[in-house]
Design a protein around this ligand. Sequence first.
Ligand code: DGL
Length: 353
Amino acid sequence: MLAAIGLAFVLMIGLFAPPAAAQKTDALPRVLVLGTGGTIAGQASARAGNAYDSAKVSSADLIAAVPGMDKLAQISVEQISSIGSQDMNDKVWFALAKRIRAAIDNKEADGVVITHGTDTMEETAFFLQNVFDTDIPIVLVGSMRPSTGIGADGPANLYEAMRVASAPESRSRGVLVVLNDTIHGARWAQKTNTTSVDTFRSPNAGPVGYVDTGSLRYLQPAVAAKGSKLKPPDAAPLPRVDIIYSHANMDGSEIEDAVKRGAKGLVLAGVGDGNSSKGAIDALAAAAKQGVVVVRSSRVGTGIVNRNVEVEDDTLGFAVALDLNPQKARVLLELLIANGITDPKAVQQAFAW
Ligand code: DGL
């Protein structure tokens, strides 16, 4: 009994240990910050009361404005792009991947923080998850309110992301997303609210941990990241993969148009369990016969798409996205096709976690 109380006390001390405030600067972990833009770097605009322009403030200025960061880590900052994440693209992804690869190979950093708009943060996080098998923490952070907004959430989010990226207990957890005191895994993180600061959720799995200015808690032990490791091409673009959004009264024309435009892969954002009208399924089957890789996902937002329930995937040559939402399924399929993985069975295997 006494031993149990003692152990609980030791664990509590571990959980509530103060940030690395007392450490000497050169003993602090080295964290590389890569800026891409987004609302976290946004500034108020005169357009309307709540209007702002994203990607106006440099990451160096953002970091400098957050007190106490220098007590957490030795920080170096580089600006990779200055865009709202609605404009996120292959070129920025490759630039991020190249810089992170160099930092890993040269043993320059113990952790990486990427500042990013929240709109496509989950796609960038999942792209990086699929191309890196490093155990160093790669942490994406953003904010829902601009740096000049009332109640800006960027400073706290940045501090918490730095805390996560600089902590040894964050190693071997894959790529992480940190906002609003919550840590999400890249496979599960999803933006779920248009404007709330509490927008990121992991609907199929729950968060991997919680962080605030005083504590960092993971809910499970670390395990090596489970994404398939795929090489990004040396230059843009990734092969074209279109998302087809399913709806009532749907025919196959959008699918036929996408194939005509040169799509090498199609992700169905299907109704329910990744389903669609007969016209759409017939058009997808015809596309698959022509060599277009077809993956069925769901527009529902939670749950896992199952094989061969209402749609005969084995016969039609389709793969299913399982728990991946359409936008993440698109990222993985682009990478798979770029790496020559197009056989439906191999594609299906790569989608499993
Ligand atoms: N422009 C959007 C973006 O950069 C705003 C959303 C945000 O950053 O929170 O993703």
